[in-house]
Design a protein around this ligand. Structure first.
Ligand SMILES: Cc1ncc(COP(=O)(O)O)c(C=O)c1O
Length: 363
């Protein structure tokens, strides 16, 4: 593997021309066995983890993988401004702020209300600190109007400029290419004997890119490995058909860029959407997720969050205890675990008034 270059571009060099990249990742994310967790959780199956939480230099998780290609395209098109969208505690918006600013872009984030937990507030504070211009939408319905207003305002002036738009979670085919690359990276680690080939992969299903990219990746590798996406959001309508559609469009993009690229349309029985772990809705804590976050932190020292990875890991542990699936199971850890610097105590001062009032009311 060429250090700092995604496996997918090493294996399919024609893609380098078609898919410009803003380089964020240096190394493959580590893999490891979760032996203590197996014991403490009463697992009947071997459990492994892919530590995307350690990716990047400043902020890890699944977002840097998508942003390498999404920001690469914006830079190739000479965009100076990027607009994106997510919840008040959106890891995607924070990652876009950090790496977008490093790419020299001005970042606007349109944020939708969600339950305010200390994690959400820390993410929001860091977004403000890292220099994003923040906008507030009280409900998902307000988002299109807000986005149109930001795009209109940012296009104004001479010479004309066209801001770039990154859709929620970066879950469009180009961003999902970064996750297909992640699957190829895993295959190299399996070939090197660092980790056994999993019998199934579990990951959080928020906006769909990670689930779709891994499922497409398994198909491209010719591996008969189901990918279980644990539904953690009710903001977007996501089901097997929609996630499968994104996987199909991603594979088509890759084959258009390089016709020698293998067919990546996953078969529906290898793309499983698991429900039952969302609780009252996106961002609402559940007892199972809280318990799981504490357990994984205490026995493995790996931090997880309550919105995504805690719920997804709770689902994997249930499957591991039941033992009806085959093992080993691999958890794709999509949360960031680089430490978050303490925000400037005056971080709220620069927020738009509506958002500041909203936070004061909820305090
Ligand atoms: C920590 C974390 N895990 C998982 C996800 C879900 O990934 P995706 O949006 O690709 O479904 C997200 C973002 O949405 C996230 O922030």
């Amino acid at each position: 593997m060429h250090p700092g270059r995604p496996v997918i571009l090493d294996r399919y060099p024609i893609l380098r021309e078609a898919l410009p990249r803003f380089s964020i990742l240096r190394e493959p994310s580590p893999v490891g066995r979760l032996e203590r967790l197996e014991r403490e959780a009463g697992s009947k199956l071997p459990l492994w983890i892919k530590r995307d939480d350690l990716l990047g230099t400043d902020y890890g998780g699944n977002k840097p993988r998508k942003l390498e290609f999404l920001l690469g395209e914006l830079l190739a098109k000479e965009r100076r401004v990027v607009v994106t969208v997510g919840g008040l505690g959106s890891n995607h918006c924070l990652a876009t702020t950090i790496y977008g600013r490093q790419a020299g872009l001005q970042v606007h984030a349109c944020l939708v209300d969600q339950p305010l937990t200390p994690e959400v507030e820390a993410t929001l504070a860091r977004m403000a600190d890292e220099g994003a211009t923040l906008h507030f939408a009280r409900s998902p319905k307000q988002v299109p109007v807000r986005i149109a207003a930001i795009l209109g305002r940012e296009s104004w002036g001479w010479p004309l400029r066209r801001p770039g738009l990154i859709l929620p979670g970066g879950s469009v085919p180009l961003g999902t290419v970064g996750i297909v690359n992640a699957a190829l990276e895993l295959a190299e680690q399996v070939a090197d004997g660092e980790v056994p080939r999993p019998a199934a992969i579990f990951t959080a299903l928020g906006s769909g890119g990670t689930h779709a990219g891994l499922a497409a990746g398994m198909q491209i590798l010719g591996w008969d490995v189901p990918v279980v996406g644990v539904l953690v959001s009710d903001h977007l309508r996501l089901d097997q058909e929609r996630v499968g559609g994104l996987a199909r469009r991603t594979a088509a993009l890759l084959r258009r860029a390089d016709p020698s690229f293998p067919d990546g349309e996953p078969s529906p029985d290898r793309l499983i959407v698991r429900e039952g772990y969302l609780g009252r809705g996106y961002g609402h804590p559940t007892e199972a997720a809280d318990r799981t976050v504490r357990l994984v932190r205490d026995v493995e020292g790996i931090p997880m969050d309550r919105t995504y990875t805690g719920k997804a890991m709770a689902a994997m542990l249930d499957a591991a205890r039941e033992g009806r699936m085959e093992g080993p199971l691999l958890f794709w850890n999509t949360y960031n675990s680089h430490p978050t610097p303490l925000p400037d105590p005056r971080w709220r001062d620069g927020l738009p008034t509506a958002l500041r009032r909203h936070l004061e009311m909820k305090a």
